[in-house]
Ligand binder design. Structure first.
Ligand code: ATP
Ligand code: MG
Length: 287
């Protein structure tokens, strides 16, 4: 049984109005438990609409969403319970911080779940440690902190609910390279420590190549491709047609290969490129 499954999922914005948009077009998708799964696709392809169905925030116009084989929209209770079991962090979540202190903001979700004071305290401390927010910041106002710190606090608020699945919509959007790097490391650390499934929506092929175990490509409300990073990025012509591109470093190594530098195909991260170049240069020196 899959962790999350959608069957014939259709979603319409502005249904039965002149502005009707079919955002999800008969999607059959299966996601198995574990690992980091990246959902990619051009702007407006339906990524955010899709993931908001995973935790019953949006209800299908047609079809169903199953979590551990159970229809999450079967009744109000299952939909409500799913919100806590599948934690969703929106695009630009820092705009949703509103409490007076960092601690209170991270504690908001756990409080809503009815955790005891002691459980809340421990959930907040654990989540703060996942995102690298030190306890010295707990009494500060979130509004005094940097953009990257605010984002991490918002993400910690979802982690603190101890969800089975963590969904992050564009967690690195709008951050500088250092802020992005911090978030990517944080996601890898969270996955390593908790072993939980992470679903990540991303525009950045470089980020996806670095941290994803599985890639799901959404195009015009349909699933265009699903597979490992290597499998999906091998379809570079199709990706380009869908307004996506392979990672920047893949373009560079392809070009070097065209120029006669014997590098293997399928280089998707800077680390892989560095290793391949070192091997190539060592080979040249030996010759
Ligand atoms: N609230 C809304 N009302 C009407 N149409 C919407 C609404 N939200 C999204 N849409 C439309 O639904 C389609 C899918 O949008 P969605 O936000 O899911 O795409 P996305 O892949 O997340 O895009 P982005 O990369 O820009 O975040 C688009 O055509 C979009 O214009
Ligand atoms: Mg979106």
């Amino acid at each position: 049984m899959s962790l999350i499954e959608t069957k014939d999922l259709v979603y319409l914005y502005g249904a039965r109005t002149p502005f009707e948009v079919k955002a999800l077009d008969h999607i059959d998708l299966r996601l198995e438990e574990g690992g980091i799964k990246a959902v990619i696709g051009h702007t407006g392809s339906g990524k955010s609409t899709l993931i908001q169905h995973f935790n019953a925030l949006l209800k299908p116009a047609q079809g169903s969403v199953l979590f551990h084989g159970e229809n999450i929209n079967a009744n109000k209770q299952t939909a409500y319970r799913t919100r806590f079991r599948i934690g969703l962090c929106f695009q630009y979540p820092e705009y949703q911080l509103f409490e007076d202190t960092v601690f209170a903001d991270i504690a908001f979700g756990p409080k809503n779940m009815g955790m005891s004071e002691q459980e809340i305290d421990s959930a907040v401390r654990t989540a703060a440690s996942y995102v690298g927010v030190g306890e010295e910041l707990f009494d500060r106002s979130p509004f005094d902190l940097s953009g990257g710190q605010k984002r991490r606090i918002a993400i910690a608020g979802v982690m603190a609910m101890n969800p089975e699945v963590l969904i992050l919509d564009e967690p690195t959007a709008g951050l500088d390279p250092q802020g992005r790097e911090t978030i990517l490391k944080m996601i890898l650390n969270y996955r390593g420590v908790t072993g939980k499934t992470v679903i990540l929506v991303s525009h950045s092929m470089d980020d996806v190549a670095r941290i994803a175990d599985e890639v799901i490509v959404v195009n015009q409300g349909k699933i265009a491709l699903q597979g490992t990073v290597h499998e999906v990025f091998s379809h570079s012509a199709e990706l380009t047609q869908m307004g996506l591109s392979v990672p920047e470093v893949t373009g560079i190594t392809d070009r070097l290969r065209d120029m006669g530098c014997e590098l293997p195909v399928g280089i998707f991260t800077v680390g892989q490129a560095a290793d391949a170049l070192a091997d190539y240069l060592a080979g040249r020196i030996r010759k």
